[in-house]
Ligand binder design. Structure first.
Ligand SMILES: N[C@@H](CCC(=O)N[C@@H](CS)C(=O)NCC(=O)O)C(=O)O
Length: 227
């Protein structure tokens, strides 16, 4: 299976963490895409022009949630999305909030790094910040799943992205419970193997291994490379 990804995309990271958690990462061939380049070839695999996209024998899957759902169907271990009942809806409800945080954060970053400075709209940035902080407040008050399910891994990738791209938002000051939770799950092998730094080091075509890599500081707004 071919996964189109970008090292900075939290949505691509979500898929990679999911693949590592369920053990199907070795089946993925990682092919990077610069979705913002004039001559990008992402459209060959995704007419919507976004990463992640997964090309498999069963079809081309576009969008992180659909890809995760597909990968979850390929294994017999504990599911990222419980198959039925209230457990399923609980995971999907929490996932929707975590995914919404990710969408708002990416919209914020695109506005800041991609839109010409003269056309930037501060009201748009505030709007995205409000979405992120309100959703975090709900998750801060909510229950924490013990399993690293689709909701939890999406939230972990979203929080890592806030640290990476929106440190000035100061989410850690507002959410002490989430901070404690995140600082533990960020040490999981799946998270440590998929940092932007680690993914930037991968050349075209490798499979993703769970080898622990040192986490290095460095990438920030000064590197617009992608979202
Ligand atoms: N809902 C999509 C969002 C994917 C997305 O926004 N990807 C960004 C990178 S983080 C992208 O490719 N943007 C290019 C564009 O908007 O044209 C998903 O879940 O995968």
């Amino acid at each position: 299976m071919r996964l189109r990804y970008s090292p900075f995309s939290p949505f691509a990271r979500k898929v990679l963490v999911a693949a590592l958690e369920i053990g199907c990462a070795p089946r993925l061939r990682l092919v990077p895409a610069d979705v913002w380049a004039q001559d990008t070839n992402i459209h060959d695999d995704n007419p919507i022009g976004k990463v992640p996209a997964l090309v498999s024998g069963d079809g081309t899957f576009v969008g992180s949630t659909l890809i995760c759902e597909y990968l979850d169907s390929l294994h017999h271990g504990p599911k990222l999305i419980p198959p039925a009942g209230s457990a399923r809806w609980a995971v999907l409800c929490r996932h929707a909030l975590a995914d919404g945080i990710m969408e708002a954060a990416v919209a914020h970053v695109v506005e800041r790094l991609r839109r010409p400075e003269s056309a930037r709209w501060d009201g748009w940035l505030l709007r995205q910040e409000g979405k992120i902080l309100r959703a975090l407040a709900v998750l801060e008050r909510g229950e924490f799943a013990r399993a690293f399910d689709l909701a939890s891994l999406t939230l972990a990738c979203a929080l890592a992205y806030l640290d990476f791209r929106l440190p000035r938002l100061g989410w850690r000051e507002h959410c002490p419970t989430l901070v404690s939770w995140f600082d533990v799950v960020a040490e999981r092998a799946s998270m440590r193997s998929t940092t932007p730094e680690r993914l930037s080091e991968l050349a075209s075509g490798p499979t993703l291994s769970l080898a622990a890599t040192p986490i290095r500081a460095g990438l920030s707004d000064s590197n617009p490379g992608a979202t």
